[in-house]
Write a protein of this length. Structure first.
Length: 201
């Protein structure tokens, strides 16, 4: 089993949970670069990747490696952002930082969800076929500003938040608190829309 996650801090808890659920069955874990996996060809029947591709500097290499390590007939399942209106609250941290600092945290491939033709093209170039897609909503329970920040921000935003002046940090917390009150006045969760797509080798 391979776990590829954008947030390294979550891997240990995932490993513990999986081991407990498997009740002693042997599971191997290792950390690797998804764009250059240290794995022999055609080792796996299923490849799962949740919300990581758009964080990659080279999605084509990401897809190429997924194809390479799959056995013939194997399936790969990926997820990226879905419909923009479905993750407005999730992006509130980034937008609040931009408002306070004048600089938006951007990733080169963050908007892969906007270009279905490019996604298909990259997957086909890697060798995949039978492209299928679907949209789904992921719900996040939110109880406090601290909880919101822990659940809904990426590590690449940490530095931006830490570099805020004391005054801007107070404004940041106030703004996020206002956002949480909006949640409370509507529904007590954050819903994030996800595009899930699968392909076969």
């Amino acid at each position: 089993m391979i776990i590829i996650k954008e947030n390294k801090l979550e891997i240990e808890s995932d490993i513990k949970a999986i081991r407990e659920n498997k009740k002693g069955k042997l599971i191997k874990f290792f950390e690797s670069d998804a764009e250059s996996l240290n794995i022999a060809n055609e080792q796996f029947e299923l490849y799962l990747c949740n919300l990581c591709v758009f964080l990659s500097s080279n999605p084509q290499s990401f897809f190429n490696e997924a194809y390479r390590i799959l056995k013939p007939g194997g399936q790969a399942v990926f997820s990226v952002w879905g419909k923009k209106e479905g993750f407005r609250y999730f992006m509130a941290i980034n937008e609040t930082l931009a408002k306070l600092t004048g600089t938006k945290v951007n990733l080169a491939n963050f908007n892969l969800h906007d270009n279905m033709d490019l996604l298909r093209e990259m997957l086909q170039k890697a060798g995949f076929k039978n492209f299928r897609k679907d949209y789904t909503n992921v719900l996040y329970d939110v109880f406090s500003v601290k909880d919101y920040l822990e659940r809904l921000k990426f590590p690449y935003m940490d530095k931006s938040i830490q570099n805020l002046s004391k005054e801007n940090l107070e404004k940041f917390n106030e703004e996020i608190d206002t956002i949480l009150k909006e949640f409370e006045n509507s529904e007590s969760f954050v819903s994030m829309n996800i595009l899930v797509f699968s392909v076969f080798k």
